[in-house]
Design a protein around this ligand. Structure first.
Ligand code: GLN
Length: 354
């Protein structure tokens, strides 16, 4: 069955539904450039309310397995590809991509001219889009949503034993962040995004991790005083949305990139190691460089492609904050050392970043 993707800049792209659509769905349209890793992308809560376009022309060729989920369910509104493969079962996969999405009632539009679509997104910028059974362009309106609330846990749960005790503040965390900490011998308590500082103090953590998450970080402005209180008190590692919140909590500012960074080969310069690292990324917003003037942070990480800020370090306090994903999944594990640096700080009780 044919369906139509209407983007807010006024263009329409047609395709064939490989997983059904009831009438229409809408979301912000973004593109991911990795050749693999579609399962991690679909289940990363940071993609909540977004329609994802894969630039690689063949998606689904190793099916859906039990290991690569980043959370319990897919979060995207719809998926757009050039070709959706239904193979992969000889690698032990249980479902094809289309079967998996159909199970969760998420439409999959295939045979789309994804090159033309991505060029349109690069030109017009990230925008709203509507996937519809109707070929008539619909007015696509911006939705006011607070996606963090929808994906953050409602309960407090502890994983692992012994080791340093970390509190992972869940704005929509990826499982790989938790696993990166557990693999290094930590005990980790995952708490809802709006847990009061006093409740976190009561857990007596040795360190704090602020997770990734969906949406505009400024939607969490009401939480900034509490976040500031916490990061000033505990050794902190902040990832992606968490990083943006650290900057905002210190009075710096964020802005939206034209079309964001979503892929598995984003080169990042680490001024500490004097090396370029390949990183996994998924974000639209960045910390504005000029807004860091007069703030107690050094810029340690810079995106080699566009010069945007990829990570900052507090000059005196043990706060390390990265825009990219050191937990990878999908993508290269070059920057896994970030977790080791953080834990060194937690163990020694001293600021190893300074
Ligand atoms: N992966 C993330 O945490 C994304 C952060 C934020 N939602 C952005 O798009 O910039």
């Amino acid at each position: 069955m044919k369906a139509y993707l209407h983007v807010a800049s006024g263009k329409t792209f047609s395709g064939e539904l490989a997983a059904p659509l009831e009438e229409k769905v809408s979301g912000e349209i973004v593109f991911f450039t990795g050749m693999t890793g579609y399962q991690e992308v679909l289940t990363d809560p940071s993609y909540k309310n977004q329609i994802i376009v894969f630039t690689y022309p063949l998606i689904g060729n190793y099916g859906i397995n039990e290991d690569d989920f980043e959370s319990k369910r897919p979060h995207v509104e719809a998926v757009v590809v050039y070709e959706a493969s239904s193979t992969g079962f000889h690698y032990g996969a249980k479902y094809s991509l289309a079967e998996y999405l159909q199970h969760w009632n998420i439409p999959l539009l295939a045979h789309v001219d994804t090159r033309a679509l991505v060029k349109e997104i690069r030109t017009a910028g990230t925008m709203m889009a509507e996937l519809s059974l109707s070929p008539l362009p619909a007015v696509v309106e911006e939705e006011a949503a607070f996606p963090v609330q929808a994906v953050s846990t409602k309960t407090i749960e502890t994983y692992g034993e012994g080791g340093p005790h970390l509190v992972l503040v869940d704005f929509g965390y990826k499982k790989s962040i938790l696993q990166s900490l557990l693999a290094r011998g930590c005990r980790v308590t995952v708490v809802p995004h709006d847990t009061a500082p006093e409740a976190i103090d009561a857990l007596k953590p040795d360190g704090l991790v602020l997770s990734n998450g969906p949406g505009d970080p400024k939607q969490l402005s009401h939480q900034l005083p509490a976040i500031r209180q916490l990061i000033d008190r505990y050794p902190t590692l902040a990832i992606c949305l968490g990083h943006q919140l650290v900057a905002l909590a210190y009075g710096a500012d964020t802005e939206k990139l034209r079309f964001g960074h979503r892929g598995a080969n984003q080169p990042v310069w680490d001024a500490g190691k004097q090396k370029v690292m390949m990183t996994s990324q998924n974000h639209s917003y960045v910390v504005k460089e000029e807004s860091l003037a007069g703030k107690p942070f050094d810029i340690r990480f810079i995106n080699v492609n566009d010069g945007s800020i990829e990570g900052i370090v507090h000059r005196h306090k043990p706060i390390l904050s990265v825009q990219y994903h050191p937990e990878a999944h999908p993508g290269p594990q070059d920057t896994g050392y970030i977790f080791d640096e953080f834990l060194q700080t937690v163990f020694k009780g001293e600021n190893v970043y300074a």
